[in-house]
Write a protein that binds this ligand. Structure first.
Ligand code: IPE
Ligand code: IPE
Ligand code: MG
Length: 265
């Protein structure tokens, strides 16, 4: 990909809500409430910047180990966000999906998710995805199980499995080639991926932001995108040769590969 390009798929680990609140002497859920309010401007800005897919990590499979009360607040906030924002998302031609173990969510939350997903499914703009009860290891184990079932039923042969086919069994299958994450942002200064999009972000550029999620402003997103634009993505290859000026008349051009004696190695 050319240097200077806008990332097509940006994924964000929205971290630091609890610490943000505790630094202010408030309960952790206060951070979740403020953090929820940061989603709207970030979605708008992602759309304005021309990002095609935005995936937000809202709740991990590991987050089920948190106190029940904290989890309940997170579900209420998710529901409220969807109910409140559906109109605006629709006006902006934004599609919406959830990836993760939706079957573990309460029926009423699932209903809101399904309604929102359906209502926005015909839109053709930014693909907004919430990762909810999501874990990349769970996603990969599930993919292996689904493929094994297809083999057992005679729909597939083991030798058919390859990287392209694997993607059909992931939660991100419907995203097609947009599933590949270009830029992975994590807030709050933590430098780990915490079981997020391990397959899809295999070649993502990583960006760590010190601000906690409730302090994450549109300007932080712009900075991350600009930083991304300055990076050279090589995907394991060698840098593109720079355009060189012609050798002076009468001199031979430099050979592309200098003759190095392999015995030196
Ligand atoms: C991220 O903030 C939100 C979720 C994981 C749901 P945290 O709640 O992890 O906040 P910290 O990292 O403990 O500060
Ligand atoms: C990752 O953050 C999950 C979300 C942001 C939803 P966590 O706070 O749960 O991750 P760890 O515990 O720091 O790895
Ligand atoms: Mg955290």
């Amino acid at each position: 990909m050319a240097v200077g390009a806008v990332p097509r798929h940006v994924a964000i680990i929205m971290d630091g809500n609890g610490r943000w609140a505790q630094q202010k002497g408030r309960p952790r859920v206060f951070g979740h409430i403020r953090g929820c309010g940061r989603v709207k401007p970030v979605v708008r800005e992602a759309d304005r910047l021309g990002i095609k897919a935005l995936t937000l990590y809202a709740f991990s499979t590991e987050n089920w180990s948190r106190p029940e009360q904290e989890i309940a607040v997170l579900w209420r906030l998710l529901k409220k966000y969807l109910v409140r924002e559906a109109d605006e998302l629709h006006r902006r031609n934004i599609r919406f999906r959830v990836i993760g173990e939706v079957e573990r969510l309460s029926p009423d939350l699932r209903e809101v998710i399904d309604k929102t997903t359906q209502r926005l499914s015909g839109n053709t703009g930014l693909q907004l995805t919430f990762a909810v009860s999501y874990g990349a290891r769970r996603e990969l184990a599930r993919a292996a199980k689904l493929f094994a079932e297809d083999v057992a039923r005679g729909r597939r042969k083991p030798e058919e499995m390859n990287e392209d086919l694997m993607e059909h069994y992931l939660w991100t299958a419907e995203m097609g080639d947009q599933a590949e994450v270009d830029l992975l942002i994590r807030t709050s200064g933590e430098m780990r991926v915490s079981n997020f999009l391990l397959w899809q972000a295999a070649y993502a550029e990583l960006y760590f932001e010190d601000a906690c999620w409730p302090d994450f402003e549109v300007a932080h997103l712009v900075r991350a995108v600009n930083d991304y634009a300055s990076r050279e993505r090589r995907f394991g290859s060698v840098p593109e040769p720079k355009a060189t000026s012609k050798p002076p008349v009468g001199q031979n051009a430099q050979p592309l590969l200098p003759s190095i004696s392999l015995e030196l190695c």
